[in-house]
Design a protein. Structure first.
Length: 236
């Protein structure tokens, strides 16, 4: 298999997984509703970082570790706990009114004080944006590993395709990786843009309801995947 077909194969496989509803989709919806389309984008960045670790790790022999009893359930348990924390925080903050629809800020231009205030606001926004990006990326990582099948998929299906890519060397592994994550970025960017654009049509009450619903859904998913991970650990 050459690089072109390998990239397209990985793209098709990536789409089949990306469009399947799961924790990552809910995380993308939640962050996009909270932080705009960039929130959903950085959720996907976090997911892509873990996918990169998976490709590099499996090429170095990590597959044997992932298939050991208890490894995948432990990963699912940790991810589930993080989703519980995130879901609770989102639902609680939205219910209390700590999260509101962003509004355009108007700054005066009459004097140095106004200009200094505007500059200070810009610095604060930049710092908050960086924290939000890191938080969204971490959320994407947690949502990725919380699913009980992510590690097993890479240790089985993903490893089999990496075996096809390995004869092509580093370009082959890169073609598979970029094909795989390109599907994620295309799909979840579309989701993030749709949600962020829809925020303009929401009332404050509708925005609050949306975030509370997302938080509760994250709680359900986090509880389910965490419980399944814990149950699997107990059985092993």
């Amino acid at each position: 298999m050459t690089l072109g077909p390998l990239f397209l194969t990985a793209l098709a496989i990536g789409f089949s997984g990306a469009i399947t509803p799961g924790p990552l989709l809910v995380a993308c919806l939640t962050r996009s509703a909270r932080d705009g389309w960039r929130g959903g984008l950085f959720v996907t960045v976090g997911h892509a970082i873990l996918e990169l670790f998976a490709v590099v790790g499996l090429s170095l022999g990590l597959g044997a570790v992932l298939t050991r009893p208890g490894v995948a359930p432990a990963i699912s348990l940790v991810g589930g706990i993080f989703l519980l924390w995130m879901g609770y925080g989102t639902a609680r903050a939205a219910w209390r009114g700590d999260m509101t629809l962003p509004v355009a800020e108007h700054t005066g231009s009459g004097g140095p004080a106004n200009r200094a205030g505007a500059a200070g606001t810009g610095v604060q926004k930049t710092a908050a944006g960086r924290q939000g990006a890191v938080g969204a990326a971490v959320t994407g990582m947690a949502a990725t590993v919380s699913g009980p099948f992510w590690a097993l998929w890479w240790a089985t299906v993903g490893l089999s395709y990496l075996t096809l890519a390995r004869p092509l060397g580093a370009p082959g592994l890169a073609a598979f990786y970029f094909g795989h994550v390109s599907a994620d970025f295309i799909w979840y960017s579309a989701v993030a843009l749709a949600v962020a654009g829809g925020r303009r049509l929401l009332t404050a009450r509708g925005y609050k309801t949306l975030l509370v619903a997302c938080g509760l859904l994250l709680l359900v998913l986090g509880g389910w995947f965490g419980f399944q991970g814990l149950l699997s650990i107990i059985r092993t």
